[in-house]
Design a protein around this ligand. Sequence first.
Ligand code: SF4
Length: 400
Amino acid sequence: MIAEAARDLGVDTDCPLTHSVQGQLEGRPWLQYISYYEAGRMERLLQVSCWVVVAYLSGMRDSEIKHLRRGCVSVQRDPDGHVYRYRLHSVAFKGEEAHGVAATWIVTAPVARAVTVLERLQPDEEPYLFAKPPSSPSRRQRQDPHHVPGSSTTIKDMTALITWINAYCLAHDRPDMVTADKGRQPRLTTRQFRRTLAWFIARRPGGTIAGALQYRHQRIQMFEGYAGTSSSGFRDEVEAEQALARGQYLAEMSADSDRTALTGPAGAEAEARLAEFARHAVFEGQVVSDEVRLRRIVARHDPHLHPGMFVTCVYQAERALCRTSSGPAETPAMADCQPLACRNAALTPANLQALASHLADLDNTLADGDRLAPYIRHRLEEQRRETAAFLTRHTPEPTP
Ligand code: SF4
């Protein structure tokens, strides 16, 4: 019978699963097939890949992710049925509360998709998405069938994922390997993801990295309007990172003796605040490099200067045009900034450059003004006139 089967089916050293590969990488199937012998390993890799997506794009802690259960995503739709918001429900662990509190995170579509994948991966009767996958031998031996492995297992699985990615890249001549850290394969921990996301959201919201738009999207979704993450403290973490980034930037600025002084309505006030901040954050021309110390200095001696693209805000609540009665009094609402009219506005050379580019864009648009609706054209002409007058008033005379 065996010889007959071998004649009919042929003989192979492997045992491909009977499924069609659907995942595509640059328009081609990512694998020819999945081997029966590899299925268990693939399950673990898929599960930890989902963990990475959820951790990195939500800012959740490992314990919060491990509490995710089947059905944890809810969606909100517009009248046309399009999803405009995903909510992820789990348990937040912050401070002393050992059992956690129910919490909701606002997340993006990739996180919701990772949850769907995990729901398919686990058998219907399994409530926890990060319980050991069905083929895991240890799952079958355990008395507690819903046991969810701890951080050390996830760390091991991430190491296995990096090894797999790099072997795959090598075999397929791909350049997007996970790069070595000091000559070695990096060893990621579960805590790094939350901190790294906070770092990127705080420091590169409009930067040039590939993910800039995504981070901006993350930040807007998470913090500017929605209540998500409030119980988990992630917002506090991002704000602490933002304060540190601002402190480093301002300390470096105040230590630079060659820079051009700030101009604008609050230029002189900005210089005075910078000089005062330098007394605490700069020693013998060197900026304090110890992060913990600099965080303390910013907390105690915050100069309340907020660098922006078109303006450097020298915040003083009573003069702030962006302030609303319901908004917080201690920080400006930079998204509602009125740089041309506010007395808190100071200008760095980069701000002046950004305003000049904006003026050039307005000129270009108005050159084709016949195609604009009259109201729009009128508003743009007004904006152009105000921007040009502002620049004339506040651009310093070139030094001879
Ligand atoms: S309107 Fe602009 S310059 Fe004025 S306080 Fe608000 S952010 Fe600062």
